[in-house]
Design a protein around this ligand. Sequence first.
Ligand code: SME
Length: 150
Amino acid sequence: MDTNSIIGQLKDLSSASGNRDETLKEAVRLIHASNPRYNWTGIYLLEGDTLVLHNYIGKPTEHTHIQVGVGVCGTAVAETRDINVEDVTKLDNYLACSLETRAEIVVLIKDSEKIYGQIDIDSDTPGAFTDHDEQFLGKIADHLATILGV
Ligand code: SME
């Protein structure tokens, strides 16, 4: 399914149900199903200075709460930037969810005012994430920001 179809489905769902939590869960389901290299897909929401795991698909993780500035996820918030890591084994500040993970991408859910959270994806394939993934996830994140910003 392409990006516009996914965003279309999320728009239909959010206007039909108005249920923020259901929309965030459906976003994770659609993103995860869109690419076999996405081995763990989750959304964290920012509450104060803590990222709280809202929902995910993949192996259970102990990292359900991450402080801003800690790990790849917390660094993305602290530096207000998306992060695409080709090889997590080369990082000092990485919080491991699974020993098989090799690549990770974090895309912020934000608008000009505020960071609401992030889409976080792990892959067992080194260098799994391309410009295409960054753009695809960025469009979905922008749409989710419109839902979380109301
Ligand atoms: N690897 C992340 C932690 C979250 S797990 O990947 C699910 C990090 O370093 O922040």
